[in-house]
Design a protein around this ligand. Structure first.
Ligand SMILES: Nc1ncnc2c1ncn2[C@@H]1O[C@H](COP(=O)(O)OP(=O)(O)OP(=O)(O)O)[C@@H](O)[C@H]1O
Ligand SMILES: [Mg+2]
Length: 303
């Protein structure tokens, strides 16, 4: 079957006042129809650049990109029609209402009599009571919901979400994911970038990790998790960890996480914390999650 998305040896070099900047370097990746695929990577890794090329908003310096078999430059209109893109940046016309915005977008894709689907989108994204509100009257999170609705208005087979949940509250995230998961079950392909790795872990069947414009990991989510160092010791503390432990720990505010190979390792870690006078609260022993895997790969431990 034709892949939903195919990137073949894609390179992108930006000319900047300080010289050329290589944002993408030989990215090759096929996403099959029906996949829920995650594209992860730190700030500046090249995720949005790759999506811009897919959307025909930027030109690759080298390589070839296809959406549902349509090459994105030579066959732009067909490629673009196959795609629904939720951009990372909030862009909209402040003078139109939510419903008008969605009708205009339908018109852009030549879809007529789309109100039933627009209503379903408004409902599914928790916007039903805002249909008549002007875009400028919406909060940031609501504007993002409209961007999602706008991307889906022509029922594209391929849905691309570039950090759709940045600045979005917990309830909407759940609504949004339920809605997108439903579309995926109905056969739509989903490509997602996010910095919320627990979302990617929960939703994506396969994940690619980009680092400085190159793919450094590409596998099924379960395989990425399975290959990670298995056990993590998590606890809260107000005390400083001994320097060598601090160097290998992942610390988020008061929460520290340290990798442990096995039970003996756990015992030894606890003994060292006790010896250093570190008071440990809420101790948990758990499996490594996608964030652990991500950090390990980005720090070059594994590729
Ligand atoms: N129009 C542009 N001109 C010059 N450099 C650019 C341009 N767009 C992006 N870049 C550079 O390309 C690299 C990749 O940027 P990109 O926006 O693709 O990253 P990203 O992975 O989406 O990051 P984030 O997680 O922050 O959204 C960065 O170094 C960025 O500064
Ligand atoms: Mg980006």
């Amino acid at each position: 079957m034709t892949p939903a998305i195919s990137f073949q040896q894609v390179g992108k070099t930006f000319q900047t006042p300080r010289g050329p900047l290589q944002a993408l370097d030989g990215v090759s990746l096929d996403i099959a129809q029906g996949e829920f695929f995650g594209l992860l990577g730190p700030n500046g890794a090249g995720k949005t650049t790759l999506i811009s090329i897919l959307a025909g908003l930027a030109r690759a310096t080298s390589g070839r990109v296809e959406v549902m078999g349509h090459e994105v430059v030579a066959d732009y209109a067909a490629a673009r029609r196959s795609l629904g893109i939720v951009p990372q940046e909030l862009v909209f016309d402040p003078f139109f209402s939510v419903r008008e915005t969605l009708r205009i977008q339908s018109g852009y894709f030549g879809v007529k009599g789309n109100d039933a689907w627009i209503d379903e989108l408004l409902e599914g994204l928790g916007l039903a009571d805002k249909a008549g509100a002007n875009m400028r009257q919406l909060s940031g999170g609501m504007k993002r919901r409209v961007l999602v609705a706008q991307a889906l208005v022509h029922r594209p087979p391929v849905i691309v979400l570039d950090e759709p949940t940045a600045g979005v509250d917990v309830e909407l995230r759940q609504t949004l994911w339920q809605f997108v998961a439903r579309l995926n079950r109905e056969g739509h392909t989903v490509l997602l970038t996010t910095h919320y790795l627990e979302e990617a872990e929960a939703l994506c069947g396969r994940i690619a990790m980009l680092k400085q414009g190159r793919i450094v990991a590409l596998d099924r989510t379960s395989a990425l998790l399975g290959a990670a160092s298995s056990t993590m010791l998590r606890f809260k503390t107000d005390d400083a960890l001994p320097a060598d432990l601090a160097a290998q720990a992942r610390i988020t505010g008061r929460i520290a996480q340290v990798k442990a190979r096995d039970a003996a390792d756990v015992e030894q870690l606890l003994a060292r914390l006790r010896a250093a006078g570190v008071r440990v609260e809420d101790l948990e022993i758990g499996r490594a999650d996608l964030e652990d895997v991500f950090l390990e790969i980005m720090q070059g431990g594994r590729a």
